[in-house]
Structure formats: C-alpha cells, structure tokens
Design a protein around this ligand. Structure first.
Ligand code: AMP
Length: 482
C-alpha cells in the first residue's frame, strides 16, 4: 500500500517522500481515507504509531482543496493535553504542510498570549492548542469558530486524566455542531467512550493495537530492590549493561531534580523536564537530549507527555507511575514506528499494587530480575497468577562486557536466561559510559595524548567508541538553565 493509493495529493506525496516515509503505517492506512471522505474517526492508537500524520495529512489536504480562511477564523482545531504535545503536533503540521499555502499556529499556556492573538487575528487554517489557553483566547474574543470544520482530540485519555473534562465541555459548546471530529486515544476507558459518544457521529472505528496493550516491540523487564537502593542500582546497571541514552521516569518534580544531581555527581550528563520548569527550559532540555548532549533525560509523566524522540532505545522507570495507563505512555516513548526498544522498571515493595495494576491493564506479567548485592530487604510480593509465577532471573551482563576495558561487575550466572537476558540498550557494543558525540574527539585525543590515568575506573568503551571517565569532566549540564 502506498500513500498515493490512499488518495493524497502530489504536494503531500512529495513531502512524504522527502521525509523518507515509504509506506503508510496501519493507523494511517485506515484513518487517511476515512478522514479524506469527511468521516468522523475514533482511533485507539498509541504515540509512535504515526497517528499524527493519520489526521494531519487528510486535514491539510481538505483545507487546501476547500480554499482560504478569514481573519480571526480557524478552520481546523487540534486539541492536545500538554504544551509539549502541542509543539510536536504543530511541528508535524508544519512539516507535512511545507508545500501547501496554509497557515498554522500553536497556542498553550505559560507563555505570552499576545503573539498568539496576533496570529489568530490574521486567520488560521490549523490551530493546535491546549484547552485552557484556547478558552482564554476565546473569552478574549481572539478566536472565531464560525468557519471551523474539523476538530481533533489528540490523546483524549490524557486530557481526561489531567482534568480537562470541564474545559472540553466549554469548548465543545462553542464549536459549530456541523463538523468532522476525530478522537485519538491510547487507551479506551468508559469515560472516553462516553466522551466519544457525545461528540462523534457514525465514526469509523480504528484499532491498530489492542487497547490497553503495551507496544509489542518494546521488551519489558523489571528489577526488584529497595527504594533507597534505586539510584545506586540504576548507576550499576547503567555501567554493567552499557546503557546509552535513556529517558528516565520519576514520580515527582523533586525526585527528578534529585536524580539529576545524583547523576551529575557521578559525572553523567543529565537534565530534567518537569512541571516546575518553564516551557523554554523544558524545550531546551529536550533539544539537548535530542542532540545527544545529555545522556539521561529525567522526566515526570505530565512533562514527558507527547515527547517524540526518534529511535529512543531505552526507557527506565525509576519510580512506577501513579496511574497504570501512564506505564503504557512511558514505554511508548521507545519502540516507536516499529523500532525495537526496551523498558526497564526498578520496583520496590510499596509499588507492588501499581505493578499489579499495570500487569492487569497490559495483560502480561513483566519478567522479574534480581541483581546480586541489590536484593530487596522488603521483598516485592509475586504478582503473577497463582501457579504461573516465573522464576526471578539474574541479570546477565552483555557478552561484550568480557572484552571491555571497564571494571564491569562480574557477570552473574544467567540462570536459564536464554530468552530473557536483557540486551544492552545503548548500542550493541556499548559497555562503559556513554559519550556525547561532540566529546568523543576530545576524549580520544586526551586518551592518546596526555593519558595520565585520570580516566576513572568505570570509564569504558561507549557505543560510539569514545572514552569517558565517570569521575572525569563535569558534563554538559553544568551551564545555567535559560
Ligand atoms: P506519531 O505516532 O504520530 O507520534 O509518530 C511517530 C513517529 O513516526 C514520528 O517520528 C513520525 O515522524 C514517524 N512516522 C509517522 N508516519 C510514518 C511513516 N509512514 N513512515 C515512517 N515514519 C513515520
């Protein structure tokens, strides 16, 4: 199946070709023809399935065919739960619509409203917005919905989790009743079904992965330990398994900052995104992570929502989430667009109820591992159904560890781990400490030149061949936030 066969116009086909999209993803195959035909859509699709293009391409095409907007008016509205997702979806519209004469903008809270009002005044074809700011804009008379023909609710489940139900009611009241509506959600609870019932008409139902099923391409496992040992275990696994870049989830803003500090004390470049950071600071942290200037991006659930980081190999749950659905969103950050990924959770005894909920929701038992020296004093109770409990495994270091120069901990016996042996997530040969690409040259120079043994123990051969000592140079996060 090609994009052409879906009925897309040439300017969009050219853009997709330039982006290197060879064929539509399953959600795109179903959503694009339905949306082009003007049908309502209800799609159970997780982030990473290509759902954004699934609604953006047909919207752009229809807007192009239907003519121009008017001052103050918005013709297509995409509502999203967070600022990060708003930026990401807006960027997708700009990318996909690069060859089209359409105007789009993004509006969310926490930043100056005046530039948003100025853009709206000229009229927009597409507006991507968070509900709260859109209500403000509407209250100020800055936006007119008379020409609105299409509404998308993206990550609808998250909107309800974040308490946007009332805001949605207010907005739906203000929108024309005659419109096309598309609702995308990773999970489908009774509340979402109720919401869908009230806003969709004769919708085409799309399901690309069973709802509430974690992305299949993501390999998931967990390690049990005590709460207080988690940071230490994290550092230990990072070295032992040669982790490269990872997105690390924690429960609280304070926890995120504390973990950044701990990592930095160990010479590991880390940055955080959480609700206490300003929007520019969050975007900056994300950009630095994308540019591989930092190895770890430490995030809370709300802040990480909607992040699109290409080919992220590893997600680590330092804390289990507060809501089971968030586990699915978290691990959806890896294994995107069909790529392999790995999601590892460090689980302590008081998280067992959440673990149980997650396993019920995802209809699976996450394979357990234990690391010698880090066994939990407070045992994490079994969560598998009676009689089905799989034995807890020991973590086997990647084979390459034996060749590495680093003082990697002795590989424990991989008891019956043939199938479940965790593979290194940071690249096949990665063993020691990850090196930001721009530092590799410098690090190699210092190694071949003044290699005075300052390289700390634990510095090893990184995925990209560079060396970096764990106790060496302070990392790239030393600069001020701004
Ligand atoms: P989304 O689920 O919309 O967040 O998309 C996930 C990622 O898949 C984004 O980085 C997109 O650029 C990428 N993507 C979307 N559609 C395709 C496609 N048909 N082929 C290749 N990559 C795609």
């Amino acid at each position: 199946m090609t994009f052409q066969a879906l009925g897309l116009i040439d300017p969009l086909l050219l853009t997709l070709k330039a982006l290197g999209y060879k064929q539509p993803t399953p959600v795109q195959k179903q959503a694009i023809p339905a949306a082009l035909a003007g049908r309502d859509v209800m799609a159970a699709a997780q982030t990473g399935t290509g759902k954004t293009a699934g609604f953006a391409l047909p919207i752009l095409q229809r807007l192009t065919m239907e003519g121009a907007t008017e001052p103050g008016a918005v013709r297509a509205l995409v509502l999203v739960p967070t600022r990060e997702l708003a930026e990401q979806v807006y960027e997708s519209f700009r990318n996909y619509g690069g060859n089209l004469p359409l105007r789009s903008a993004v509006a969310y809270g926490g930043v100056d409203i005046a530039p948003q009002i100025a853009k709206l005044r000229k009229g927009l074809d597409v507006l991507v917005a968070t509900p709260g700011r859109l209500i403000d804009l509407h209250d100020q008379g800055a936006v007119n919905f008379a020409l609105l023909r299409t509404l998308v609710l993206d990550e609808a489940d998250r909107m309800l989790d974040l308490g946007f139900e009332r805001d949605l009611d207010i907005l739906l009241e203000a929108l024309p009743k005659q419109r096309q509506t598309m609702l995308f959600s990773a999970t489908f609870s009774d509340e979402i079904r109720k919401l869908a019932k009230g806003m969709l008409r004769d919708a085409v139902s799309i399901q690309v992965a069973a709802p509430n099923t974690a992305t299949r391409t993501v390999k998931q496992w967990l390690v049990t330990t005590d709460k207080r040992r988690k940071p230490e275990l994290f550092l230990h696994l990072m070295r032992k398994l040669g982790w490269g870049q990872a997105l690390v989830f924690v429960k609280t803003r304070k926890g995120a900052e504390a973990l950044v500090n701990t990592m930095q004390e160990h010479g590991i470049a880390a940055d955080a995104i959480h609700g206490d950071k300003t929007q520019p600071a969050r975007l900056k942290a994300l950009e630095r992570f994308k540019r591989k200037e930092v190895q770890l991006l430490i995030a809370t659930d709300v802040a990480a929502r909607g992040l699109d980081i290409e080919a992220l190999p590893l997600v680590v749950n330092m804390d289990m989430p507060s809501v089971a659905e968030d586990y699915i969103h978290r691990i959806g950050r890896t294994g995107r667009a069909g790529m392999a990924g790995e999601a590892i959770s460090l689980v302590c005894a008081d998280e067992v109820d959440m673990l149980r909920e997650i396993e019920t929701l995802t209809r699976q038992n996450i394979q357990r591992f234990e690391e010698p020296g880090f066994e939990a004093d407070h045992r994490v109770p079994d969560t598998a159904p009676k009689g089905a409990a799989a034995p807890t495994m020991k973590i086997a270091a990647p084979k390459a560890a034996k060749r590495g120069p680093a003082a990697a901990p002795a590989a424990p016996q991989a008891a019956k781990t043939r199938d479940m042996t965790p593979r290194p997530a940071g690249g096949s040969e990665s063993l020691g400490i990850w090196t930001p690409p721009e530092k590799v040259g410098k690090a190699l120079r210092s190694r071949s030149g003044d290699d005075t043994g300052k390289r700390a123990a634990g510095g090893g051969r990184g995925a990209n061949g560079g060396y970096r000592g764990t106790g060496g140079t302070r990392n790239a996060t030393g600069g001020p936030e701004g």
